[in-house]
Design a protein around this ligand. Structure first.
Ligand code: IPD
Ligand code: CA
Ligand code: CA
Length: 248
């Protein structure tokens, strides 16, 4: 498994170079489900690189990617679930906060996760029952309670009808914690909680490729990840998400 993480890390670093060297002025940008849901030629290109590279690393694994795939997830066998660029709007704006996320599932459970932020050259990864790491150093969630918490949240930007509820919840957390942040990358929000740099992250609607790798990274760092109702997250559908340390 350690070998596999090394191979995936090498691959995501190659993909990261493509992000950093992108010709943002000339790049093709299209919309998907609505005007805020954007995809660039680099999302597609990186997904292709991941598809090819991961096939070489683990040929028997099937492949689910945000930008489309022919495989359908089942509870048997190996699957990669990838987000080629998590934080596409940040990427388009040159905001320097996006990531590549790769999760490996075995029989319906995540057994390895890698999230790479090329702007900070940080590789977050976790192996089931093997701990969570950032650039080789073990990471742990913090032990601060809500009164000392930095709260991260996502705005579910492709479902604007969720805005009111999102900001209500954010206001409640703000009244009890230290402050709020909205980064633009769900995968990195999860890693930020895992690294103890923030205490809690929530969002009303996310997709499996946003959280599959980050969920394991938080759990292996000693945190908990559920839906906002406290239910187990499903890799088969979109759902709300709540990630936090165990003190809160
Ligand atoms: C989005 C980002 C964002 C989150 C959205 C996601 P994308 O992913 O993670 O932070 O708020 O819910 O869809 O579309 O940039 O890959
Ligand atoms: Ca995403
Ligand atoms: Ca994406």
């Amino acid at each position: 498994m350690v070998n596999l993480i090394n191979e995936i890390s090498t691959l995501v670093k190659e993909c990261g170079k493509v992000m950093l060297n992108a010709d943002r002025e000339k790049m093709a940008i299209n919309t998907k489900s609505g005007i805020a849901d954007l995809v660039t030629e680099y999302d597609t290109k990186i997904q292709g690189m991941l598809f090819d590279g991961l096939k070489e690393i683990l040929p028997e694994a099937k492949f689910i990617g945000e930008e489309g795939s022919s495989d359908v997830l089942t509870s048997e066998g190996y699957y990669f679930i990838v987000d080629p660029i998590d934080g596409t709007t940040n990427f388009i704006k040159d905001y320097h906060y996006s990531a590549i996320s790769v999760a490996l599932l075995k029989d319906g459970n995540v057994v390895a996760g890698v999230v790479y932020n090329p702007y900070l050259n940080e590789v977050f990864y976790a192996i089931k029952d093997g701990g969570a790491y950032c650039n080789g150093k073990q990471i742990r969630v913090s032990d601060s309670d809500l009164s000392n918490a930095l709260i991260l949240f996502g705005t579910s930007p492709y479902d604007k009808d969720l805005s009111e509820k999102t900001f209500q919840l954010a206001a409640e957390y703000l009244s009890q914690g230290l402050d709020l942040r909205r980064s633009g990358s769900a995968a990195l929000d999860l890693c930020t909680v895992a690294a103890g740099r923030a205490e809690l992250y929530f969002e009303l609607k996310t997709s499996p490729w946003d959280f599959a790798a980050g969920k394991l990274i938080v759990e292996e760092a000693g945190g908990v990840v559920t839906t906002l109702d406290g239910e187990e997250l499903s890799f088969y559908k979109k759902s709300s998400i709540l990630a936090k340390n165990k003190v809160i």
